[in-house]
Every structure is written in structure tokens, then in C-alpha cells.
Design a protein around this ligand. Structure first.
Ligand code: SF4
Ligand code: SF4
Length: 357
């Protein structure tokens, strides 16, 4: 493994492998001098949101496992080659049954590296048959594995949108965050996607890149400027084209939280997030139009709450499993929030679809 990558918190038995310890660490920070003392619920309350409630369910996000071929320093999933959690076929079928009870137009498949789940292609096929728009959150390097040689063509045949993480269009910035050699492999994977028609303006073969900062700063708020810079950089230096760039903030959880703490950036990063609160982002928060399912079928408001084990609770305090999916009671829920949520409302806002406001 390269020196800039890491191993999972779980494998190292690190204190922050416990979601409760992550929440406790965030809550222990002294943010008393900041607006609303850094209390997220009080902050949105001041902007007119008595509570955070769902809007229409549009996106069904399924995290099908923590197994990944990489082990990036900033990973909010604590994924890696040492993780073995993968959604089984029964739970995937339970997800499909639940999906059939909703009018969600998009199925967003994430991980880990979702392609490493043996049921990935089955899930995609079943969603396509149902007329859903399917997103594969791909780390790019997985496409170079010997067992994945046919995957770009297969994804194109099924008109799957490929949303690829690439921290930066320059090699040092990407390798710093994801490990040495990642950039070169990512470029090779992008060439393979371009070769089967991705990233050339075809609305059925969308290639979206996702960038996130390598340090304790916010993602760039000037999305259009950034996208042009990336398009030019990748085209001129590598002959690569893509359709869209989205920029996201790093959430102060899991391995990014560990890095923030160890590098002495945690207090200042949280202050930055709280001070950059943008009330215009709240209505578009992804937890409002998304439901997130974990590899073992538990239900969450978003992938971040999933990693913090903040499960959706019914009014009767019972936790909900995908096999007991009930769209009505979900629509009436109150979204669970905490200090980590300031990562979604800072600056232009941040979600799995990029900036919000
Ligand atoms: S590729 Fe993605 S899921 Fe895998 S370790 Fe890196 S950030 Fe985590
Ligand atoms: S982390 Fe973001 S998406 Fe998740 S509940 Fe908080 S505000 Fe919503």
C-alpha cells in the first residue's frame, strides 16, 4: 500500500472506529463563541426550520458494502480491502421490493467499491428493468482489476451514469489523498470509459467527476469556473473528456475526522463549517429527497448518518429495516442531525450531487 493511503479505522481498532466516539468528539469541541454555539438544530431553527423533514423521495441510495480496492485517507465510509461487509442477495431483493413502493426516479449505488459486490450487476439490471436512472459511484481504479475488464462496456450497455471520484485533475493532489499511482490509474480508467462512449455529451452515457479538497478547506464555490478548468486540464494533458464536475466538502467523520484531529485542524475546520453556514442550502439538503440503505438493510437519512449509525427511528422508537419498508411512515419522519451536518450547509452546500445553493 502506498504511504499516502491508510488502513481502515476498524482494522486498526482505532477509537474513532466507533461512531459514538466520533459524535462525542464533535460534540466536545468548544464552539461556544460561534453562532448558536455550533448547534445545528438551533442554527436551522433560526433560519425558519423548526425541524428538518423530508420532501418527495426521489433518490434511493443503496450502500452495498464497505469492501474497496483502495483505502483513501479521507474516506467517510472507512472502506478498504480489509472490510468484508457486503449486501447479500436477499437484502438486495428487499431493496428492490421497497423501491417498487416508491416513485424514486434514481437509484444511487455506492460503497466501498460497489462493483466488488458479487450482486452489483444483478442490482443494476433489476433497476434498469424498472426504468430507473442508475448511478454507479465508481472510484475509477476498480475498473483496472482483471475481473472488471468488460465493466465499462457493460455499464454503457445499461446506460448507467458513472460518477467517479477524482480529487484533482493534477497528479500530486490526487495521489496525496488517494495513494501513490492513483492518478495514473484513474486516467487509464477514464480513457476506457471514453472509449465506450462515456463523457462525450450523450445524455445516456453521462460521466460525472467528483472533486473534494485534499485539506481542511471547503470545496470551490465557483463550480462553473472549476469545471472549465478541469475540462481543459484533462483534455489538453490527457485527451480525456467528461460531462460534469461536482465539488463536495469533506465531512468531519470517520477517516477524515481522524486526519483532522491528528493534523490539528479539527477545531478550525469545524469553525469554518459553522461560520460558513448558508441558510439557502437547507431546503436542498440531500437527506430531504433521499433514503439511504446500508449493506445490512438498515435505513438512514443519508450516507453520512449511516456511517455514524444514526438510524431512522419510527415514532414508536423502533428502528426500520428495509424488509419492513413503509413509505408513509418514512415521509413523516424527522431527519436526525448533528454537528457533522454543518459539512452539508457550508458555503455553496454539499451533497452527493455537488453544490446545493
Ligand atoms: S475509493 Fe472511495 S470508498 Fe474506497 S477507500 Fe477511497 S474514498 Fe473510500
Ligand atoms: S449529514 Fe447532511 S445530508 Fe445527512 S442528515 Fe445531516 S444535513 Fe442531512
Amino acid at each position: 500500500m502506498s504511504p499516502t493511503a491508510t488502513t481502515s479505522l476498524t482494522q486498526r481498532h482505532a477509537a474513532l472506529s466507533s461512531p459514538q466516539n466520533q459524535i462525542t468528539l464533535l460534540e466536545s469541541l468548544d464552539l461556544d463563541r460561534l453562532p448558536e454555539q455550533g448547534d445545528f438544530a438551533a442554527t436551522i431553527n433560526k433560519s425558519g426550520w423548526a425541524e428538518l423533514t423530508p420532501s418527495k423521495l426521489e433518490i434511493f441510495q443503496i450502500n452495498i458494502g464497505k469492501l474497496c480496492n483502495m483505502a483513501c485517507r479521507h474516506c467517510h465510509v472507512d472502506a478498504g480491502p480489509d472490510r468484508r461487509e457486503n449486501m447479500d442477495r436477499q437484502t438486495i431483493d428487499d431493496c428492490l421490493k421497497a423501491l417498487d413502493q416508491t416513485s424514486a426516479h434514481t437509484v444511487d449505488i455506492t460503497g466501498g467499491a460497489p462493483e466488488l459486490n458479487p450482486h452489483f450487476r444483478y442490482l443494476v439490471e433489476q433497476c434498469v428493468v424498472r426504468g430507473k436512472h442508475v448511478i454507479d459511484r465508481c472510484n475509477l481504479t476498480v475498473l483496472l482489476l482483471p475481473t472488471m475488464q468488460d465493466l465499462p462496456e457493460w455499464l454503457a450497455e445499461h446506460k448507467v451514469e458513472v460518477v467517479c471520484s477524482l480529487p484533482h485533475f493534477r497528479q500530486p493532489n490526487t495521489d496525496k489523498q488517494r495513494g501513490d499511482g492513483t492518478f495514473e490509474q484513474s486516467i487509464e480508467a477514464l480513457h476506457r470509459l471514453n472509449a465506450v462512449g462515456y463523457g462525450k455529451g450523450n445524455p445516456h452515457l453521462k460521466l460525472t467527476l467528483v472533486s473534494n479538497p485534499a485539506d481542511a478547506t471547503l470545496s470551490c464555490t465557483q463550480a462553473a469556473v472549476l469545471e472549465q478548468m478541469w475540462k481543459q486540464g484533462l483534455r489538453e494533458n490527457h485527451g480525456i473528456t467528461f460531462d460534469r464536475l461536482i465539488a463536495i466538502n469533506n465531512m468531519p467523520i470517520s477517516r477524515h475526522l481522524e486526519w483532522l484531529e491528528q493534523s490539528g485542524n479539527l477545531q478550525s475546520y469545524m469553525e469554518l463549517l459553522v461560520n460558513s453556514y448558508n441558510p439557502d442550502t437547507v431546503s436542498g439538503l440531500m437527506c430531504r429527497n433521499t433514503i439511504s440503505v446500508s449493506w445490512d438493510g438498515r435505513l438512514f437519512d443519508c450516507d453520512f448518518n449511516q456511517m455514524l449509525d444514526l438510524e431512522i427511528q419510527q415514532p414508536d422508537q423502533k428502528y426500520l429495516h428495509i424488509r419492513d419498508f413503509n413509505p408513509q411512515s418514512l415521509a413523516n419522519r424527522q431527519i436526525i442531525t448533528g454537528r457533522h451536518c454543518f459539512g452539508c450547509t457550508a458555503g455553496a452546500g454539499s451533497s452527493c450531487s455537488g453544490a446545493i445553493a
